[in-house]
Design a protein around this ligand. Structure first.
Ligand code: TRP
Length: 362
């Protein structure tokens, strides 16, 4: 049994050290992160991960952002809306400030990077069936999706994710706690590849590190579950100010006029307080204190105001993008895919030499 106990604390400690080092040595790091194109992003994504990516970009770190389109096929048979979802995703990224044209940021779809996908095969030989079986996150996802049969791509997607990370020698992956088992597997794959094929030489693949960010747990407007587009309880980033106001008006609260921050006892009210705090930078307790006996209506008014203020620049950028959206999306993808292919081809060529499969043909 490899060490799983203590891994989380260790990951937290390592992440904190990396956060301190990032502004000092941004060139040491290459970030890989991304999303499946299953729909437009919402404010949970914004406060949870998008802001973080923009921050990393601003530190001058090279950031590869994978649109994991093949991964969509792991838990559904067809994906009719993929092109629209990819478009939404790219526009969401750009409108929050990810900027492939002004920074070292690359947005690409992994379906369009053949050499990346080819790495899956040798990587699969480095992983045991038992290891795949034990992955807790995959198990949960299978349950959550209510799948009665599980396809092999679902079963092996953490290995595919290793290829997503390692093709560009990504060494830093912003993750939430639930993604740690996947990253641990990517680390093992890199380590085993190096041990098997690059023994006694410089390691060919880096062991990617987790960058944990304290992602706030944002509930949906129904207050009962995680915010999620499929649960219909989300405020999409592309929502207008009026739509946002209407959604917040419909949010669930309770009868107690006193505003408090008690996530366990009063999840609905506390969630709105948390959202205000994320917009204003105050502590949630301070927000509750400030609002006092104002009641649910005033709480919602305050959230509408600060959230619409926070999202105003995002919406302005989006409106500008919309004028020429299709062309912008194509340009961004072309640029990202081109660079991703360059990196993947270079890494695969090195891997082939290491694996003794270079026949001197190129
Ligand atoms: N699984 C991620 C999601 O569901 C997307 C993803 C694919 C990813 N490959 C990755 C994230 C590699 C980090 C690293 O959104």
């Amino acid at each position: 049994m490899e060490n799983t106990v203590g891994t989380f604390e260790e990951a937290v400690r390592r992440s904190e050290a990396i956060w301190r080092d990032l502004p000092v040595n941004p060139q040491k790091y290459r970030v890989l992160t991304g999303d499946r194109p299953t729909g437009a992003l919402h404010i949970g994504h914004y406060f949870g991960s998008l802001q973080n990516r923009v921050k990393l970009q601003g530190l001058g770190v090279e950031c590869f952002i994978v649109i994991a389109d093949y991964q969509v096929l792991t838990d559904r048979d067809t994906a009719p809306r993929i092109p629209e979802n990819v478009r939404d995703l790219v526009l969401d990224y750009l409108s929050v400030g990810l900027d492939p044209e002004g920074h070292r940021t690359y947005i690409f779809a992994h379906s369009h990077v053949p050499a990346l996908n080819q790495m899956l095969l040798p990587f699969l030989t480095l992983v045991g069936m038992g290891e795949l079986d034990r992955n807790p996150t995959v198990k949960e996802e299978i349950e959550a999706a209510g799948l009665t049969t599980v396809n092999a791509a679902m079963y092996t997607y953490p290995v595919h994710q290793a290829a997503d990370i390692l093709f560009c020698k990504g060494n830093l992956v912003p993750v939430g706690k639930d993604q740690l088992p996947h990253l641990e597997l990517s680390r093992k794959i890199a380590r085993r590849f190096n041990q098997r094929y690059a023994r006694g030489k410089e390691p060919l693949l880096p062991e990617p590190m987790a960058l944990l960010s304290e992602a706030p747990k944002i509930l949906g407007l129904d207050g009962s579950q995680k915010m999620s587009k499929s649960r219909n309880n989300a405020i999409l980033l592309k929502a207008t100010a009026d739509e946002t106001a209407a959604l917040i008006r419909s949010a669930k609260t309770d009868a107690d006029r006193r505003i408090t921050y008690e996530p366990e006892r009063r999840p609905e009210v506390s969630n709105l307080v948390l959202l205000i705090s994320l917009c204003t930078g105050e502590k949630p307790e301070a927000v509750a204190e400030r609002l006092g006996d104002a009641g649910g209506f005033a709480l919602k008014q305050e959230l509408t105001r600060v959230l619409n203020d926070t999202l105003a620049p995002v919406r302005a950028r989006r409106a500008e993008l919309e004028r020429d959206a299709d062309e912008v999306v194509r340009r961004v993808l072309r640029h990202g895919i081109e660079e991703a292919n360059r990196r993947a081809n270079a890494t695969l060529a090195e891997m082939r030499v290491a694996m003794n499969m270079d026949y001197g043909l190129s």
